[in-house]
Write a protein that binds this ligand. Structure first.
Ligand code: PHE
Length: 472
């Protein structure tokens, strides 16, 4: 069975692939934006607490469910609770994979487009006011950029577990790390970068409220690729000899470290151009990456010249492309493994079919930033609020809402249906000393708390986001 489905070549192979899934736009774009908006280090502290106390046990149980069953999320839950509605949690995961990928690929397309256009001399144009709106509003261009990104993703997934996903993670993850640190070191030598560091690292607790906590939890789930079965799927290719706890811990730590490091790059970069930035004026949202960052590189032209500045700019966007690619791969792998396992279809055909479906749904998000009035002003919520575009709408449902919901359901499932006894038994394969250890006690305790905390935050998120009701 496992021979046919494929397996990682080693523990490192899994760690690299799972870290590749985790490190993506969520880290390099989402995390710095959220931190900038929500009180700097105060947000970072809440994020860290939620990641290690609430999300980490969910990381472990997802990997364990995957390795126990060696199946996709739907098949896995069906095997552990046959004939019950629990497999619909797997369905929600597969659907979330398709829908998250459908908007993710659009943003990845923008990043890829910025890389190509800066590399071919377009830095000055992209640093001009209003250019980002023109860029995202041009349907044909974005169709090509997102299409190329999708093709690359499908091609890698078609390659299989070891020769596709793992092989690319082995190339891309170390490259990404080197590129990120090279850029951080460079940016920190620029004038006023220190002010950015201070802004980033000095906490402002007055910004913390329940909305910020909601945002931190959704962000942590998204960043760890949690709550939709990506780790069940990747876990299903893990060898029985591997220690799941240490692998899961390394992935969690690495993902958080990269998010934190991306903040060390992006926030000081803002201050090199606008040293007087405050929490009120800091650019947040898509503008941060696509409007502000090109200006940061353009600002360097006076000192280092146009081509070196363009090189650095292209390098920056290429780094984000690599991060996004290892994530789009995992997003596609979830529905692909479902089609392969359930439909007994060949991986190649499955990946291409799912890729085409995702591309189709992605068109709505691609047209949602000015190209089409219908998708740009798609829906209105909460009542009386401004119109929400299609991309934001899909992200609100499948990122902000469905991932914490999935995390809540998976942890509830593990506690009450599958039972911690079985979880522990699975973990102890590859970690024989686990039962009775301090680590076991810690994880079991966190696992008992997690569903309640997640549920509480989830309800608040839904009420605030869709109904404009703030309970606390
Ligand atoms: N973790 C990825 C990121 O931070 C996104 C992702 C979410 C990937 C869910 C897979 C599953 O960008």
């Amino acid at each position: 069975m496992s021979m046919q489905r494929g397996q990682w070549s080693s523990r490192l192979g899994f760690i690299l692939a799972a870290a590749g899934s985790a490190v993506g736009l969520g880290n390099i774009w989402g995390f710095p934006i959220q931190t900038a908006k929500n009180g700097g280090a105060a947000f970072v502290l809440i994020y860290l607490a939620l990641t290690f106390l609430i999300c980490f046990p969910v990381v472990i149980l997802e990997i364990a469910i995957g390795r126990r069953t060696q199946k996709n999320p739907v098949g896995a839950l069906d095997e552990l609770a046959p004939g019950t509605p629990w497999k619909s949690v797997g369905m929600l995961g597969v659907l979330s994979g398709v829908m998250i990928l459908s908007f993710y690929i659009v943003i990845a397309g923008w990043v890829f487009g910025y890389f190509l256009e800066i590399a071919t001399g377009g830095l000055q144009r992209l640093a001009t006011d209003g250019e980002f709106s023109t860029f995202v509003g041009s349907a044909w261009k974005n169709l090509i950029y997102m299409g190329l990104f999708m093709i690359a993703t499908v091609a890698i997934v078609v390659g299989g577990i070891k020769d596709g996903i793992e092989r690319w993670a082995r190339y891309l993850m170390p490259t990404l790390l080197i590129m990120l640190f090279a850029l951080i070191v460079y940016v920190l030598t620029l004038d006023n970068a220190g002010k950015g560091i201070a802004f980033y690292l000095i906490p402002d607790f007055s910004k913390i409220n329940i909305k910020v906590i909601n945002a931190a939890l959704s962000q942590a789930f998204f960043s760890l690729s949690l709550g939709m079965g990506a780790l069940i799927t990747y876990g299903s290719y893990v060898s029985k000899q591997d220690n799941i706890i240490s692998s899961g811990f390394i992935v969690t730590l690495f993902d958080t470290f990269i998010a934190f490091s991306a903040g060390l790059l992006i926030i000081p970069a803002i201050f090199t151009l606008a040293p007087e930035t405050t929490a009120e004026t800091i650019p947040a949202g898509p503008g941060l990456l696509f409007v502000f960052i090109p200006k940061v590189f353009m600002n360097l032209v006076a000192d280092i010249g146009y081509y070196p500045a363009s090189f650095l700019g292209a390098f920056f966007f290429l780094l984000i492309c690599f991060a996004a690619l290892t994530s789009t791969i995992s997003l596609l792998e979830v529905p692909t493994s479902y089609v392969v396992d359930q439909g007994k279809t060949l991986r190649k055909k499955a990946a291409m079919l799912v890729g085409a479906a995702v591309f189709f749904f992605g068109l709505g998000s691609m047209l949602a930033n000015g190209a089409s009035e219908f998708f740009t002003q798609f829906i209105t919520y909460p009542k009386g609020g401004p119109p929400v575009d299609f991309l934001t709408f899909v992200a609100d449902i499948f990122f902000e809402t469905s991932l914490p919901l999935g995390g809540f359901l998976l942890s509830t499932f593990t506690l009450f249906i599958w039972k911690t006894k079985n979880l522990n038994e699975e973990i102890s394969q590859g970690y024989p000393d686990y039962p009775g250890s301090l680590v076991e006690k810690l994880i079991t305790t966190m696992l008992h708390v997690a569903p309640f905390v997640i549920f509480f935050i989830f309800i608040n998120t839904v009420l605030a986001k869709f109904f404009g009701i703030t309970l606390f």
